[in-house]
Design a protein. Structure first.
Length: 460
């Protein structure tokens, strides 16, 4: 534990939803929900206006719609969020070489390692300067927590929300933590919280008074001892600049259960391709291919196969995932599929034997007289749909019109798309509706939230 509050935790406020509000003037001050819009979609982020209705992240989207029927529901734009996150992380890097990102919108910073803070006054000054820089660079707000440990810095940033700064003076940890719920401590989820409640422990002070032996008896040696130390306010975990990735994976949840075995195989192959794309982007290869299947009854099966050596070859991963699928019963229907690669390495040792076997098997299975199978329409990708002339416009995504300039999709259906034409620095814009195949309407790129502008024509 440090004697000065030089560990900073930054948490951007309602990040995805706030970014959408900043990009879309007509949504500012209104409830916005970002997430999957299908029947099985979940909320990724809800604006503070939406949270007043009880909407929160990880909630089923159908429940969110019942709670806030008049909110704006948008599909995530992860490329846009990532670009903003890179700006924020660059600002953090200017404070210290020790920055530990936890997600796109959250990170720890060791201010002492950067030489920008060594006591309460300089730590607070660094935190306030960071908040100003983030607002000036991105147009968004972030909440900052400062403390002598990572656990307390994260608790402080939560107390600071939204758009604030809370500093916990070293030496006041136990007094601060005592009356708070046990759920505030890392590692105490709903199940552990309920287990502790049944044992008569609902606050952090209850844990401290129970003693280490009692917590070990209830939760086991590792968890019980760790929880007792945290209840004392003790956390000596360092800020780690880089954390090694253990696996790379992708998965999709389907609006309607899949029953067709051919369609399921096609989806697995597509997931394998996407997984390899992420694997290569991270600069890794991997030895173990993992297939995840969640069936109609919510039972989840995981199958894996370890190769002779690490690979980032899409053919190898695709064929391995296909072999794993052969051992899974999908007759009742499948609601989720996932493909992952673990056992990561920083180099690629091509599995030549596996590639040769896959190529040979493909050659042997080919019937020279057979007609090539055409995928069913519902299996077509968005790119294929666009090429066929039936373009899809996701709610919230950027478009550009040859006459009206930049805008975003407010809704689409029955062959039409409704667009609101506005930019981050403009007043709320007008709404117009077009045929979905209007040649003057095309997909657009996100506009910068600060200091940008496309020079779009004014909308009368």
């Amino acid at each position: 534990m440090r004697t000065a509050p030089t560990i900073l935790h930054l948490d951007m406020d309602a990040f995805f939803a706030a970014a959408e509000q900043a990009a879309k003037p007509s949504l500012r001050g209104k409830p916005v929900v970002v997430g999957g819009l299908g029947p099985r979609g979940v909320v990724a982020t809800a604006s503070y206006e939406a949270r007043r209705f009880g909407v929160h992240s990880a909630m089923p989207m159908a429940q969110a719609r019942r709670l806030a029927p008049n909110a704006a529901y948008l599909v995530p734009r992860f490329g846009f969020y990532r670009s903003i996150s890179e700006q924020v992380m660059e600002l953090l890097g200017q404070l210290s070489p020790l920055v530990e990102p936890l997600s796109l919108d959250e990170a720890f910073v060791d201010l002492e390692a950067g030489g920008v803070a060594d006591d309460t006054g300089t730590a607070r000054e660094a935190g306030e300067r960071l908040r100003r820089d983030i607002l000036g660079t991105t147009g968004l707000t972030g909440s900052v927590g400062l403390a002598g440990s990572k656990m307390l810095a994260k608790i402080a940033s939560e107390e600071a929300k939204p758009d604030g700064l809370v500093l916990i003076e070293p030496g006041t940890e136990r007094e601060l933590l005592g009356p708070k719920s046990v759920r505030i401590l890392p590692g105490v989820g709903p199940a552990t919280g309920e287990h502790l409640r049944r044992a008569g422990m609902t606050t952090v002070s209850d844990l401290a008074e129970a003693g280490e032996d009692e917590l070990v008896r209830l939760l086991g040696r590792a968890h019980g001892a760790s929880l007792y130390r945290m209840a004392q306010g003790y956390d000596d975990r360092p800020v780690v600049a880089e954390r090694d990735a253990k696996s790379v994976s992708v998965e999709d949840t389907f609006d309607v259960d899949l029953h067709d075995r051919v369609r399921i195989r096609i989806e697995v192959e597509r997931l394998a391709e996407r997984c390899v794309g992420r694997l290569r982007a991270s600069g890794h290869s991997g030895r173990t291919i993992v297939l995840k299947v969640r069936r109609f009854d919510f039972s989840t099966l995981t199958r894996s196969e370890t190769l002779r050596g690490p690979t980032d070859d899409p053919l190898v991963v695709r064929e391995a995932a296909g072999r794993l699928l052969e051992g899974v019963d999908t007759t009742g229907g499948v609601r989720l599929l996932g493909v992952g690669v673990s056992g990561l390495a920083d180099y690629t040792q091509e599995d030549l034997f596996a590639q040769a076997e896959a190529a040979e098997a493909a050659e042997e299975s080919r019937d020279p007289g057979a007609v090539e199978e055409v995928a069913a329409p519902e299996a077509a990708t968005a790119e294929e749909s666009a090429a066929a002339g039936s373009r899809r416009f996701a709610p919230g995504h950027d478009v550009r019109h040859a006459v009206y300039g930049a805008g975003w999709v407010q809704g689409s259906g029955v062959g039409r798309v409704t667009v609101r034409f506005e930019e981050p620095g403009s007043a709320p814009g007008r709404v117009r509706t077009f045929l979905v195949d209007d040649p003057e309407l095309v997909e657009g790129e996100p506009l910068p939230l600060v200091g940008g502008g496309s020079g779009a024509a004014a909308v009368a």
